[in-house]
Design a protein around this ligand. Structure first.
Ligand code: IMP
Length: 222
């Protein structure tokens, strides 16, 4: 039988200031007290996996081992049909750009920052380069992994939300690619929606529902 996640402390194995409050908000109603990898000053492991599931497990495992507490990690991203699923697991990396340094900077010194206007522009440009008929279909994927410290157990759940890419981006809520993603059946982008509305139907909410059903909800009696 799958182990249950009881009330108590759980580490959110993320350094992403957009995701931490989203995950904490989902956990709160279940009596789970979230502390983040930032609060505990845990290092960020390198995401060397080749799938969302691999990367989520790798982050949750590292945080559980280092903190001695159960840990939850999310690996997520946007997959664009016209780009054969890219940027996918590289969604955060598409936003990285090297900043110009002052002329007196030490040789080899480089500063990298994440800029999602730049990443959204890249997605848009690459889709346009596929021609006017290119599909605007896209989806977000979220893999949520929970790992326990004692015995190496890990459970993973995957969620998805389908939508269309819009241009120009709309809205200044949310984070990442939210302003260019309009979920199917809605006329607002994730960047325009009330946070509560997004959190109720996002890829993260979908994965989270599966996690709650498997690890938190009281199982029904036979
Ligand atoms: P990760 O931290 O490596 O999982 O990076 C995931 C990246 O995917 C984020 O930095 C965002 O760019 C993108 N992403 C994941 N979930 C969302 C979302 O809900 N809205 C917008 N962008 C997202």
């Amino acid at each position: 039988m799958m182990r249950r996640l009881g009330p108590g402390k759980l580490v959110i194995a993320s350094h992403n200031r957009g995701k931490i409050p989203e995950i904490a908000e989902l956990l709160g109603p279940h009596g789970i007290e979230a502390v983040s990898a930032i609060d505990l000053d845990l290092p960020e492991p390198e995401e060397i996996g080749t799938t969302f599931v691999d990367n989520a497990m790798l982050k949750a495992r590292a945080a559980a081992d280092l903190s001695g507490l159960p840990a939850i990690a999310d690996d997520s991203g946007i997959c664009v049909d016209a780009l054969s699923g890219r940027p996918g697991i590289y969604s955060a990396r598409w936003a990285e750009r090297t900043i110009d340094l002052p002329p007196d900077a030490a040789p080899g010194e480089a500063k990298v920052e994440r800029d999602f206007r730049f990443a959204m522009q890249r997605v848009h440009d690459e889709v346009l380069a596929q021609g006017p008929e290119a599909s605007r279909d896209a989806h977000f994927i979220c893999a949520l992994a929970v790992c326990w410290p004692e015995d190496g157990q890990c459970e993973v759940f995957e969620g998805r939300v389908d939508g269309l890419l819009v241009w120009p981006p709309r809205g200044d809520r949310g984070f990442g690619y939210d302003p260019m993603f309009q979920p199917i059946g809605y006329d607002q982008t994730f960047g325009e929606m009330e946070p509560g509305a997004k959190h109720a139907m996002s890829h993260r909410a979908d994965a989270f529902r599966k996690l709650v059903a498997a690890l938190i909800d009281t199982p029904s009696l036979p």
